[in-house]
Design a binder for this molecule. Structure first.
Ligand code: SF4
Length: 373
C-alpha cells in the first residue's frame, strides 16, 4: 500500500506559486527538485484557514475556538467578509464552495491548478472569490495580485454563466483590512495569456533566475542557488565602498542585503545539517551533540510529588511556573459551565479579567522590520 500523501497538485504549477514564478522563473525548477514539506508557520496558517472554513460551514461556533490568536483571526475574517460583500454590492449568495481545487487547461493539457479559500455565487452570474491571508506578511493587494488572478481564471474556465467576478484579499492582521478587484469576463480573457506565459517561461529548463529578497526568501532552492550566493558576495563588496558614508539610502540598501544574507545563511546551515544527518560528507564540518534539555511532562504529578515532600509550599512552587491566560480561560469556562453557567469565551475572559484585575499585564510585542508599502 502506498503511504505517501497524494500530491493534489500532481507536480504541476499552482496559482499560489505564480507570483514566485513571475519574480524568478528559475525558481520553479528548484521547487520541482525540492518540494516543500511545510514549516510551522504554514501549519498555523492551515489551522487558521480550517477554523474560518468550519465556522462558515456552521460545523463549529466562533466561541468554541480556544486559542486567542486563532479566535481573533476568525472573528476578523468574518467581519471583513461582510465588509467585502458590502463594498462589492452583493448579498444573499445562492451557492458557496470552500477550499476547492480547479485546473486551468490549454487544449487537453493541465497548465496549473488553483485552490481557492472561498467562492460565492450571487444572482445575475456574479461571483466573489476570497483569499484569507491569516498570518502577518507583506501581501500584494488584490488589483495587482497575480495569484488571485490565476485563481479567478481557473474559476472562470470551470464555471458557466459567469458575468462578473470580484476577488478579495482579506487580511485580519496586523490591523483588519481587505483589498478588492472587479473583473469582467472580457478582462479575464485578455489577462489569461499573461498568466499562462509566466507558467510556460518557468517550465523551461533554462528559465532565468532573478535574485530578490521577496522571491528568494521563500525559494526551496535558496541553499543551492549560486546566483543568490554570488549576489550577496558582490553586494557585500559594494557595501565596503559605502562604509564611510552611512546615510539613509545606504541603510535601506544594506538592510535588504542583510535580510537576504540571513535567510540564505539559515537555509545553507539547514541543508548542511540535513546532509550530515543523512550520513553525507560536508568537507571540513561535522555534527556535534549540544546536550539535552530537561522538562516536566506532567505538571499535576510534579506538584503532587513536590507537595508530598513537605519542603516547599504552593507559593514556592508557583514561583517556578508561568500561567497561560488562554489555558486558564479554557479551564475556567469548562468548570463554570459544568456547574450550570452558560459562559461563552468572551464572558469567561471578562470574569477572569475582573477577578485578576491589576495582575494581568499587557506589553507590546517587539516591533518587526517590514517593507513599507
Ligand atoms: S534563490 Fe532566488 S534567484 Fe535563486 S532560484 Fe530561488 S528565487 Fe531565484
Amino acid at each position: 500500500m502506498d503511504s505517501e500523501p497524494k500530491d493534489e497538485r500532481e507536480g504541476l504549477p499552482s496559482a499560489s506559486g505564480i507570483e514566485q514564478m513571475k519574480l524568478c522563473p528559475g525558481s520553479w525548477n528548484y521547487q520541482k527538485m525540492f518540494p516543500s514539506s511545510g514549516g510551522s508557520d504554514a501549519n498555523e496558517g492551515t489551522i487558521r484557514h480550517d477554523l474560518i472554513e468550519q465556522v462558515i460551514r456552521g460545523d463549529i461556533t466562533l466561541d468554541s475556538i480556544e486559542d486567542d490568536q486563532q479566535h481573533e483571526c476568525t472573528k476578523r475574517a468574518l467581519m471583513l467578509l461582510e465588509k467585502v460583500e458590502l463594498e462589492a454590492g452583493v448579498s444573499n449568495h445562492s451557492n458557496q464552495w470552500l477550499e476547492k481545487r480547479l485546473w486551468l487547461n490549454q487544449n487537453e493539457d493541465k497548465v496549473y491548478s488553483a485552490k481557492y479559500d472561498l467562492l460565492r455565487e450571487y444572482e445575475g452570474g456574479i461571483y466573489l472569490l476570497v483569499d484569507w491571508k491569516t498570518l502577518y506578511g507583506d501581501h500584494t493587494p488584490a488589483p495587482d495580485n497575480i495569484q488571485l488572478l490565476a485563481q479567478a481564471l481557473a474559476v472562470y474556465r470551470n464555471s458557466e454563466g459567469m458575468k462578473k467576478m470580484y476577488c478579495s484579499l482579506v487580511e485580519p492582521f496586523p490591523s483588519p483590512s481587505f483589498s478588492l478587484v472587479e473583473y469582467s469576463t472580457e478582462r479575464l480573457e485578455q489577462l489569461e495569456s499573461l498568466v499562462t506565459t509566466i507558467v510556460s517561461e518557468a517550465n523551461k529548463e533554462t528559465a532565468e533566475k532573478v535574485v530578490g529578497l521577496k522571491q528568494c526568501k521563500f525559494c526551496n532552492g535558496l541553499a543551492h542557488c549560486a546566483d543568490v550566493a554570488g549576489t550577496i558576495q558582490e553586494e557585500a563588496h559594494l557595501g565596503a565602498d559605502y562604509r564611510f558614508h552611512p546615510d539613509d539610502t545606504h541603510l535601506g540598501w544594506a538592510l535588504e542585503i542583510a535580510v537576504l544574507a540571513e535567510k540564505w545563511a539559515s537555509a545553507v546551515k539547514s541543508r548542511a545539517k540535513e546532509e550530515l544527518g543523512n550520513g553525507e560528507e560536508v568537507e571540513g564540518w561535522k555534527l556535534r551533540s549540544s546536550g539535552k534539555v530537561k522538562s516536566i511532562s506532567d505538571a499535576n504529578l510534579c506538584a503532587e510529588r513536590i507537595m508530598d515532600t513537605n519542603l516547599l509550599k504552593w507559593e514556592d512552587l508557583l514561583t517556578t511556573t508561568s500561567i497561560s491566560i488562554s489555558k486558564l480561560v479554557k479551564v475556567w469556562m469548562e468548570k463554570r459551565n459544568e456547574s450550570g453557567a452558560t459562559l461563552k469565551r468572551k464572558d469567561a475572559v471578562e470574569e477572569l479579567e475582573q477577578i485578576l484585575e491589576g495582575i494581568i499585564t499587557e506589553k507590546p510585542k517587539a516591533e518587526a522590520l517590514v517593507r513599507a508599502k
